[in-house]
Design a protein around this ligand. Structure first.
Ligand code: VGL
Ligand code: ZN
Length: 240
């Protein structure tokens, strides 16, 4: 462990450097998110757990971890996938197309999903055991019928913004820690767009679960690494 530890230290030193606003890195190797950090809890909804319309394997397992993590954050933001009936991301909206296939829409490639997370349904509700009394904002996305939005920042047309970047910036947030479902879609797109918008971004891996469609999980981690998204575990965060 000598060399990995040293390497970790050097990476940490490079990552945090002289940036006074970065989270404090304790000697024990733990991160204390400060007042300028936000936990983003992505799409922990009935649709994405067993019994839902687009279940992610092990999806409900993130709930206790996220509940605990939230205690370490001054700022907690929750997202909900929130589609219209007949949404463009639904295979059922495209005639004979099958769920989990892809088509080209005018804004680019779109994976087609089973009908899921329809506005106002119990399927679209937050998981009943998610306990986030301090959450400050619930941001809904994917509500424009013709455009999907994996990212909590920007829709799939890459033009329409959700307002989240403005909200976080207006409140002095510099760093986001992304958790939830699914690692390779809404979590990854949110973390990547956080970087694009100028935030430091971490994904807390064990507080996410993936869909992993045709290698999408490995690709997501590769893309995130390339853009400076940091991959950590919930044990790396100091408990409140
Ligand atoms: C998601 C597929 C379709 C997600 C949302 O939350 O990752 N994935 N809609
Ligand atoms: Zn969706």
């Amino acid at each position: 462990m000598q060399i990995p530890q040293r390497r970790q230290f050097l990476q940490a030193a490079a990552a945090f450097g002289a940036a006074g606003l970065a989270p404090t890195l304790w000697a024990a190797g733990k991160i204390k998110p400060g007042p300028r950090a936000a936990l983003i809890v992505v799409d922990v909804q009935n649709c994405f757990v067993d019994g839902g319309t687009l279940p992610v394997k092990g999806g409900a397992e993130v709930v206790p971890l996220i509940n605990k993590l939230a205690g370490s954050f001054d700022n907690v933001v929750v997202t909900q996938d929130w589609h219209t009936p007949g949404h463009a991301s639904f295979a059922s909206a495209h005639g004979g197309q099958k769920p989990f296939s892809s088509i080209k829409l005018d804004y680019g490639n779109q994976v087609l999903w089973p009908d899921h997370c329809v506005q106002g349904t119990d399927d679209a509700a937050l998981h009943k055991d998610l306990n986030l009394p301090t959450a400050q904002l619930v941001i809904r996305k994917g509500f424009n019928k013709g455009v999907d939005s994996y990212s909590a920042f920007e829709e799939a047309d890459r033009k329409t913004v959700t307002g989240l970047a403005g909200y976080l910036k207006a409140r002095g947030i510099k760093t986001v820690y992304v958790t939830g479902l699914a690692t390779d879609f809404c979590v990854a797109w949110t973390a990547l767009d956080a970087r694009k918008a100028g935030f430091e971004a971490y994904v807390i891996e064990d507080a996410t679960r993936a869909i992993d469609l045709n290698g999408s999980l490995a690709k997501a981690w590769k893309d995130m690494q390339a853009k400076g998204v940091k991959r950590i575990q919930s044990a790396d965060i100091v408990t409140a």
